[in-house]
Design a protein around this ligand. Structure first.
Ligand code: PEP
Length: 248
């Protein structure tokens, strides 16, 4: 049985004041939450969140990392630096990184490897654009994104990888994939893993992301192959986020 995981992706939205309010709000409602809860904060706030969540069930994550462990990479942040602030997760290959910063599947695979090498759990994002869905390429796109990682780190590494299926057309648009569309994509991903290893296919968490909110989370997370959510907009308000966390 896979425990539900709900991860918040704050993107580039935070201030010291808002982080305080958001985390204290989440902590005040955690007693009714059975899901595993992760908050992925922007780098400057990792330390603040680390201090606020001490002794709580909430886990900390980052939103990106560099593939190198240290050195002359101005403006970049390594896996070890993220670990240093108590983070256990890192989002890798978010569609905004792929589309706005030119991250290719081979680079995403290198980032997954760098995260794993530092004992961070990558939340590997995959998903198709609207154009790709409309031209029937969803499975080709998602298979390429996942197979590139399998070829790079091996299927066994997926014991420590979380996958997030995030159709690009649903991210931040208010257009959620229907439970049927999402379940079909999740089953496709699980079947893809099954081709390499049945037990890993069964144990891998596959989260849905794309305008998940308090109103639609239950229907989505009830689908057989949807193991939780990666939440953007609705992760910025404690009560909305908690309502999703309570579904699991
Ligand atoms: C995301 O950024 O990963 C995401 C799913 O955003 P939203 O929930 O706002 O669509």
């Amino acid at each position: 049985m896979r425990r539900t995981i709900v991860a918040g992706n704050w993107k580039m939205n935070a201030s010291k004041e808002s982080v305080n309010k958001l985390i204290l709000g989440i902590l005040s409602g955690m007693s009714e939450v059975r899901s595993e809860v992760v908050v992925c904060a922007p780098f400057p706030y990792l330390s603040q969140v680390e201090a606020l969540i001490t002794h709580s069930q909430v886990k900390l994550g980052a939103q990106n990392l560099n593939t190198n462990s240290s050195g002359a990479f101005t403006g970049e942040v390594s896996a070890n630096m993220i670990k240093d602030f108590g983070a256990r997760h890192v989002i890798v290959g978010h569609s905004e990184r792929r589309s706005l910063y030119g991250e290719t599947s081979p680079l995403v695979a290198e980032k997954v490897k760098a995260a794993l090498d530092s004992d961070l759990t990558p939340i590997l994002c995959v998903g198709e654009s609207l154009e790709q869905r409309e031209s029937g390429e969803t499975e080709i796109v998602v298979a390429e994104q996942i197979n590139t990682v399998i070829e790079s780190v091996g299927i066994d590494a997926f014991r420590n990888i979380i996958i997030a299926y995030e159709p690009v057309w649903a991210i931040g648009t208010g257009k959620t994939a229907s439970p049927e569309q999402a379940q079909a994509a999740h089953l496709f991903i699980r079947d893809l893993l099954r081709k390499s290893n049945e037990s890993i296919a069964q144990s891998t968490h596959i989260l849905y992301g794309g305008s998940m909110n308090a109103g639609n989370a239950k229907e989505l997370i009830s689908c057989a192959d949807i193991d939780g959510g990666l939440i953007g907009g609705a992760a910025l308000k404690a009560e909305d986020f908690l309502q999703i966390c309570r579904v699991g």
